[in-house]
Structures are given as structure tokens and as C-alpha cells.
Design a protein around this ligand. Structure first.
Ligand code: GFB
Length: 321
């Protein structure tokens, strides 16, 4: 299968978020036209507005990077927001896309769709084989519904809609708000602020023992454009870097990048979440993509970008990836 992007009009939903903006940057290298809609123009939770916009714009393809996202605490604290907003965004866009005859659609899920105790590395076939991790089951259920929507439109209407499941992501445009962010930007900020203040220690949440796999958003964007061009199929495709670190090791890598050797303390009243979630990305590799950069290089890039942009948070819980 090969989907030629030449002359195609591609809507990147959620283009201001970390993933959406990375996809826009990557698509700029392709001979296609990128379409975007700011939040001031289009409320993705408004069904009628999404339908009207889609009828007017009629894209050839959609990359669905819009979502309500956040780290472990935000997911745990705001279950309604994570479940409801993601369901609304997904169903509105999918239904409107079908009505506007959009035949190419790339949906983005998350590694948290898999059971908490899935075999490691996690194959795509683990989906719906066991109970979810309770801190993020709300987000996971919404993302599983998105995968199923793509499969349902393929089955009932023959739509060439596909899904990709990224692992934990980071990079330019990430959320650095300490309450709602993921661990990587949180630790970059904490270590940086400890360095500036000359503080002797940095506090991490949980025990530091959970394992996580991290992927730079520009690597994800490259993989997504690859899938858009090269993949057609009912099954979703994992997108990971293939290597994992404990949260303690992550903090140590970040300390090296920032250049500050603080001691680490652990707030074990905060949840660890899932103990391990390394994805099996062999399906993606077999299709021909395997270009994830080393973690230390990616973190150095993210840190430089954050410093260039004033080392400030990008806001709590944006409604776009
Ligand atoms: O990245 P994170 O918030 O989310 O946390 P998940 C990963 C691990 O880092 C957990 C620990 O074990 C946290 O307890 N951690 C240590 C910290 N210090 C910190 C800190 O300062 N901030 C944060 N945020 N964590 C998310 C899901 O799970 O992963 C989402 O909640 C989504 O739904 C996303 O799937 C990819 O990796 O646990």
C-alpha cells in the first residue's frame, strides 16, 4: 500500500499541541497542503461546529492529534474531563469526517490502552486482554473507543482509517506545569530549578522504580507520516523507541543533560502508576520505520528548546496533545 501525499489537503487536528505541531513541521517536508483550525475558530467538542467546518474544508486526510492529555496526577484527578472530552473530540471528528467523505484518517492512541499487567514488550494483540491501570483508565477507555471507531468505519463503510499507539512522548511544545505534566518535562523543570536555586535535592513522585519508554515527538511525527503513506490495515500499530529506563534513571539522565547533580528524594504518597509499559514496535519496524533517536540526545534537544522559549510552562492541561 502506498498513499501518495502529493497535492493532498491534510487536516492536522490539535496542531498547537506537542504532537500536532511536530506533525505540521514534518508534513511541511511533503508535497501536500497542511490545514489547521485554531481553538478560537473551532471547538472540537461542539458536534455541529465540527460538522460545519468539515463540510466547508473537506480535507483529503486527517491526522487526529487533538486530545485532552496530562500526566499521572491530572489523569487521576480529572476522570470526567479525560473520558468525556476525548470521546467528544473523537466521535465528532470521526462522524464529520465520514459525512465529508474523508477516506484517509490517522487516529492517535496511547500505550496506556494496554492492560496494566500486559506481557512485555507489549504486542498490539494485548489490547482488551486484562484490567487497565486505574490512574489512567478513563483516558485509556476513550482511546480504545477511538481505535474501535476507526475499525468500525473500516468494517461498515470500507474507510481506510488507521490507528497508531505512541509510547510516552516528550519534546518541544510539551507541558511543563508541575501539577498536570508528564514525568519527563516535570523532572527537566525540577532539576533546572534546583540548579538555578542551588537546591541540594529534587523530589520525585512515587518510588522511582516504574519503567517507562520515551519517544521524542519529532520521531513520532516521522513515524506517523510514514504510516500515513505506507500503512493500511484494521489493526493499530505501536510506535515506540524500543528502550526503557526507570524513573530514577530518567532523573539521572536529566541531571546529566542539565548539568546538576542533586540528590533524589521520593514522595511515595504519589502513585507509581503502571509498573512497566514497553511497547513491542516490531510491526512498525517490519513495515520499514526504525529511526528513534537516543534518549539523551532527545532530552538535550527538548531542554535547549525549553530554555530558548524562556524556560516557562506551556500551560496546564491543554486540550490538545
Ligand atoms: O509521565 P507520568 O505522569 O505518567 O508519570 P504515566 C510516570 C511516572 O513518573 C510515574 C513518576 O511513576 C510517576 O509517579 N514521577 C516521578 C512523576 N516524579 C514525577 C513528577 O514530578 N511528575 C510526574 N508527572 N510524574 C501517563 C498516563 O501515565 O502516560 C496518560 O496518565 C498517558 O494517560 C501517558 O497514557 C502517556 O506514564 O504513569
Amino acid at each position: 500500500m502506498s498513499y501518495d501525499l502529493t497535492g493532498k489537503r491534510i487536516w492536522v487536528a490539535g496542531h498547537r499541541g506537542m504532537v500536532g505541531s511536530a506533525v505540521v513541521r514534518r508534513l511541511a517536508e511533503e508535497p501536500c497542503e497542511v490545514l489547521t483550525a485554531g481553538r478560537d475558530t473551532l471547538d472540537l467538542t461542539d458536534q455541529a461546529a465540527v460538522r460545519d467546518w468539515m463540510q466547508k474544508i473537506r480535507p483529503d486526510a486527517i491526522v487526529m492529534a487533538a486530545a485532552r492529555v496530562g500526566g499521572i496526577k491530572a489523569n487521576n484527578d480529572f476522570p470526567v474531563d479525560f473520558l468525556l472530552q476525548n470521546l467528544l473530540i473523537e466521535t465528532n471528528i470521526a462522524q464529520a469526517a465520514h459525512e465529508a467523505d474523508v477516506n484517509r484518517f490517522l487516529f492517535l492512541g496511547s500505550s496506556c490502552i494496554y492492560p496494566k499487567m500486559a506481557p512485555q514488550p507489549i504486542p498490539e494483540s494485548s489490547l482488551l486482554t486484562g484490567p487497565l491501570e486505574p490512574t489512567n483508565e478513563w483516558y485509556a477507555i476513550a482511546k480504545i473507543a477511538g481505535i474501535k471507531l476507526c475499525q468500525a468505519y473500516r468494517k461498515q463503510y470500507g474507510r481506510d482509517w488507521i490507528s497508531a499507539m505512541p509510547t510516552n512522548l516528550y519534546g518541544p511544545g510539551d507541558n511543563y506545569d508541575l501539577e498536570s505534566s508528564h514525568v519527563l518535562p516535570a523532572l527537566l523543570r525540577k532539576v533546572h530549578e534546583a540548579k538555578v536555586a542551588g537546591a541540594p535535592s529534587v523530589e520525585l513522585w512515587g518510588t522511582g522504580t516504574p519503567l517507562r519508554e520515551f519517544l521524542h515527538c519529532d520521531d513520532l511525527a516521522d513515524a506517523l507520516v510514514f504510516l500515513l503513506k505506507e500503512y493500511s490495515g484494521y489493526d493499530h500499530v505501536n510506535v515506540g523507541s524500543g528502550s526503557e529506563v526507570t524513573i530514577r534513571e530518567l532523573a539521572e539522565v536529566i541531571a546529566r543533560v542539565v548539568g546538576y547533580d542533586a540528590s533524589l528524594t521520593f514522595d511515595t504518597t504519589k502513585p507509581d502508576g503502571t509498573p512497566r509499559k514497553l511497547m513491542d514496535s516490531s510491526r512498525l519496524h517490519a513495515l520499514g520505520w526504525n529511526r528513534a533517536r537516543p534518549l539523551v540526545d532527545g532530552i538535550a534537544h527538548a531542554y535547549a528548546h525549553w530554555l530558548e522559549h524562556g524556560g516557562r510552562e506551556t500551560g496546564p492541561m491543554r486540550a490538545a496533545r
